[in-house]
Design a binder for this molecule. Structure first.
Ligand code: IPE
Ligand code: IPE
Ligand code: MG
Length: 238
């Protein structure tokens, strides 16, 4: 009998290499980001068709503010456009969108667009799409820890009784299962402060393909590689 391919329920992607992709073509880096944004929309559809239930993408890290102002502005404008135009598409495709990261540092109108989109897609039952903006895993964990500590200081919780689930429930990803597969594009093999708590047992997949060249075929390759992994979670092979 043919062995059926397992589809990971949650795929997370560190979309890297927009700048290098553009440079190779003699284009400004922002053109790489623009092409990268188009690829995100296509991959979201492809992931949905493949049966992936959760897709989480790293769009802007807490460290990316250190880039030149013009590049930060271009990235924020792309995100703004995306937030303001994707509602109709989400409604059509039953996509639920959430933004993870510290939104309070984003411009007011972007925060508003995100809040509107999150609210208007909240009851969609199709693929759940998380976009990480001003996201850093250490920042996310610190915000969660501060909130738990405040509860403890106010006598609302007993610190000695805190569980892993309590911390998970205060993270931006509360209620979302941990990623099964983490993909990073464009050759770098590091995590760059993405989902540190949540990827404890994720399978990692690195490809040389730059994000603007990523495609359904590349996603299928990653899922195929995932199928050849044996997840043991510290136990023994059965
Ligand atoms: C990924 O591409 C997008 C963001 C980090 C916002 P990069 O902009 O990091 O592209 P490279 O790594 O410089 O090629
Ligand atoms: C990680 O890529 C962040 C995003 C993809 C948004 P970077 O390009 O910022 O990471 P480093 O600097 O290579 O670690
Ligand atoms: Mg990069």
């Amino acid at each position: 009998m043919e062995d059926k391919r397992k589809v990971p329920a949650h795929v997370a992607i560190i979309m890297d290499g927009n700048g290098r992709w553009a440079k190779k073509r003699g284009l400004p880096r922002t053109m790489g980001h623009a092409q990268g944004a188009r690829v995100v929309e296509q991959i979201l559809e492809d992931a949905d068709h493949m049966g992936i239930r959760y897709l989480t993408v790293y769009a802007f890290s807490t460290e990316n503010w250190s880039r030149p102002g013009s590049e930060v502005t271009a990235l924020m404008n792309l995100l703004r456009t995306y937030m303001k135009t994707s509602l109709a598409k989400c409604a059509r495709n039953n996509v639920r969108i959430r933004v993870i990261g510290d939104k309070t540092r984003l411009d007011e109108d972007l925060q508003q667009a995100i809040a509107d989109l999150e609210r208007d897609t909240a009851s969609n039952t199709g693929i759940q799409f998380q976009i990480a903006i001003n996201y850093g895993a250490r920042d996310e964990m610190m915000r969660a820890i501060r909130s738990l500590a405040a509860d403890a200081a106010a006598g609302r919780t007993d610190p000695s009784a805190l569980t892993e689930e309590d911390l998970s429930a205060r993270l931006d990803t509360a209620g979302i299962p941990d990623p099964d597969l983490l993909i990073r594009t464009c050759g770098e093999q590091r995590i760059s402060n993405f989902l540190l708590w949540q990827i404890a047992y994720s399978e990692l997949y690195f490809t040389d393909c730059a994000w603007p060249d990523f495609s359904k075929a590349e996603l299928e390759k990653a899922v195929d590689a995932y199928n050849h992994r044996e997840r043991r979670y510290g136990g023994l092979v059965n």
